[in-house]
Ligand binder design. Sequence first.
Ligand code: AMP
Length: 421
Amino acid sequence: MSYRAVKGMNDILPDEVAQWHVLERAFREIAELHGYAEVRTPIVEGTELFVRSIGETTDVVEKEMYTFSRHDESLTLRPEGTAGAARAYVEHKQHAKEPVSRWYYLGPMFRAERPQRGRYRQFYQAGCEIFGDPGPACDAEMIDMLVGLFRKLGIADVSANLGCIGGPGTRERYRAALRDFLKPKLESLSEHARARVEANPLRILDSKDPRDRAACEGAPGVTDLLDDADRAHWDGLRRHLDRLGTPYVVDPRLVRGLDYYTRTLFELTSRSGELGAQNTLCGGGRYDHMIEELGGPNVPAIGFAMGLERILLALGQVAVEKRPRCFLAPLGESALGAALELARSLRDAGVAADLDARGGSLKSMLRRADALGARHCIVIGDAELARGVVQLKDLAQHQQEELALADVVARLSRREAGGGP
Ligand code: AMP
């Protein structure tokens, strides 16, 4: 019997993790510059939370949730981060503590989708939420932050697609208009879409099935149906983006996969790297009624989530800065004890140190030091140790010098701090 990771769930081995750190650092940095603070919520929530917030007739709730029961409770591995953040916001009465909360999160999400490149069953999302600001200035700020992040990361060909779904009234009018438009075309729709014409015709606009795509050609756009308040919000959002010079493309049929959105919707796509069909890097929108739906006060909100695997695919190879490290090569029994001590002192001084305690020839240890990309190798022999000295090899410069054991830490920590030889 050989064990394998669950289909659609990937190991990220140490070689790859360095790239993740670069991305995660860039995200945290830009989020914190914009006033977001990190929130960490459980990976498991009560199933009902997702049904209520994401919507019963969405793909995620209908067929993609990992749901199980324990102690008579139905639990679900979170398929996205907004529901948990909104639940935490309500549960901890965050609105009473501050008028506006800016939160960010980062972590694994779970959806039982058909795995393919850029689409997994466990995947990582980083996201931001703003609670308490009705926008549209903060909507523009959020989209501008994302465009800035992708630019900073060096992802080419990014397009920020913008839509507006309006409030509940507009959404209902839009549903009715879509139903009227699609009903005469019922025969040409996929079975899945046909079943949704009544309950959730908006979802059909999202369908990847070529039959549904063809049937949706010429469908009405929601922006024609906005009421005055929605229109003012929509106009304001574009005005702010124009003022910031943030490039965007209006997509009047953007609906997005989850039901909770109101007014602003956006998606950032890219044609760069190895993304292929799964080219949506990030999606978000306003969800002004969710906090109330979850039993909280009437607090407007907006958020987005981006898929970290997809961003890494778009980036291709990320340049990872390696921390210089030194390698200790003890040759003999008493040398090993001294090496253990020296390694600890180096680490205490902030110098990364590897130690080969397996014994072996100097040649094999030097080979190992090279393979690890060490900058220095400290060779400690029993005879030299008796004189209180070691050999310090600079592997980059191919130089070697004898150094008092007592001076090694000071020398290497000065070098790593950029303080010269
Ligand atoms: P959503 O929560 O569906 O709006 O998705 C937001 C972002 O998460 C998408 O734009 C993708 O980048 C990423 N994403 C969603 N589902 C998956 C998945 N199954 N595998 C990998 N990334 C995903």
